[in-house]
Design a binder for this molecule. Structure first.
Ligand SMILES: *Cc1c(COP(=O)(O)O)cnc(C)c1O
Length: 347
């Protein structure tokens, strides 16, 4: 049987496509030479996001990965050590860039759902001694990616920040999905952003833009960041086309993330009501389900759903993940629940 086209793509919130209205904003963007600071739309975006995140300045980048890596380069020198959760994007999905590009060692921490305790950080920080690498920087993800879209408790986050400050560590917030946290907790982007030396926010996840990330920090830090942006080939020309999509996302796609969270709750509830499927309560927009009780593997479930035009990801032998986003509405979610109700063990 030929696999039908994917109609409902819950593989990731990176699968969003720019809406017609966003494309219109992109079409109409005023542009100039970005690397000469002559692009008015990029300037509008960097000013607005710096302010939104409680920072002095910001730089527009083609990807979140580049934002994270420029933060590492700007804060550290070769031989320094970076501390982050063992599941963090920075340590797992950036091609070894802290080592390859910055010459930085990494110390992974453990803890539930992508978070860690201030004491775990304190224990990881090395004494100042010429034998040891210098503990230089700590990275927090909010929401956590492999942690399952989980939210850091704000008090715990502040306690980690305090422990880092007491030890003169630089603090970087990987806020690829910071706006999901903002919508979910009611805290402002500034409440989070102003705690850190640098903050990255991605526009290509639930915010639905085709391209773009922002790295915000002090004027001095962003000046340094520009050297690395140039060096890595991230300096652009008429990038206002893409910044326009990001500005559109800030205006129209932030508050609606609450719909994605509601859809995730509904999906979890619907899947959880099917005998043989065990669902974890979603934190934000990611739903994890164990399908072992159906007598099927995760891959078999994904295969059967694909036959119904639905894509999910397989994250363990019997574990699947579904991520809600602006291209899947509540009707789509009901279709997924109905399709899951028809899953059949082959034996
Ligand atoms: C997606 C993601 C990134 C990287 O962003 P890209 O724009 O895909 O390069 C970094 N950190 C986290 C937590 C992410 O989810």
């Amino acid at each position: 049987m030929a696999t039908p086209a994917i109609e409902i793509d819950l593989y990731s919130d990176t699968k969003t496509r720019p809406s017609r209205a966003m494309r219109q904003a992109i079409f109409e963007a005023e542009v100039g030479d970005e690397q000469a600071f002559e692009d008015p739309t990029v300037t509008m975006l960097t000013r607005r996001t710096a302010d939104l995140l409680g920072q002095e300045d910001a730089v527009f980048l083609p990807s979140g990965t580049m934002a994270n890596e420029i933060a590492v380069l700007a804060h550290c020198v070769p031989g320094d050590e970076l501390i982050a959760h063992e599941t963090s994007h920075l340590l797992n999905f950036e091609g070894g860039a802290p080592a390859a590009l910055a010459g930085v060692m990494v110390k992974p921490l453990t803890g539930p759902v992508g978070t860690f305790e201030p004491d775990a950080l304190r224990k990881a920080i090395r004494a100042k001694n010429k034998l040891f690498p210098t503990s230089k920087m700590v990275v927090i993800e909010q929401t956590t990616n492999i942690g399952g879209g989980a939210l850091w408790d704000f008090e715990q986050m502040k306690a980690v920040v305090t422990a880092a400050r007491e030890n003169s560590l630089k603090l970087h917030l990987d806020g690829a999905r910071l706006m999901n946290a903002v919508v979910s907790t009611g805290l402002s982007p500034r409440d989070y952003g102003s705690l850190f030396d640098t903050v990255f926010v991605d526009f290509t996840k639930g915010l639905g833009a085709p391209l773009g990330a922002i790295l915000a920090g002090s004027t001095e830090l962003i000046r340094r960041a520009w050297y690395f942006k140039q060096r890595l080939g991230g300096a652009m020309r008429q990038a206002g086309m893409m910044a326009a999509g990001c500005l559109y996302a800030l205006d129209h796609n932030v508050n609606r993330l609450a719909d994605d969270h509601r859809n995730a709750q509904r999906l979890a509830e619907g899947l959880g009501a099917i005998s043989g499927i065990t669902v974890e309560k979603p934190w934000t927009n990611m739903v994890f389900a164990d399908v072992g009780g159906l007598g099927l593997t995760g891959a078999e479930v994904a295969g059967q759903l694909a036959q119904r035009g639905i894509r999910v990801s397989v994250v363990g032998p019997t574990r699947i993940r579904a991520v809600t986003h602006l291209d899947v509405d509540s009707e789509g979610i009901e279709k997924v629940i109905a399709a899951a109700g028809g899953l059949k063990a082959s034996k």
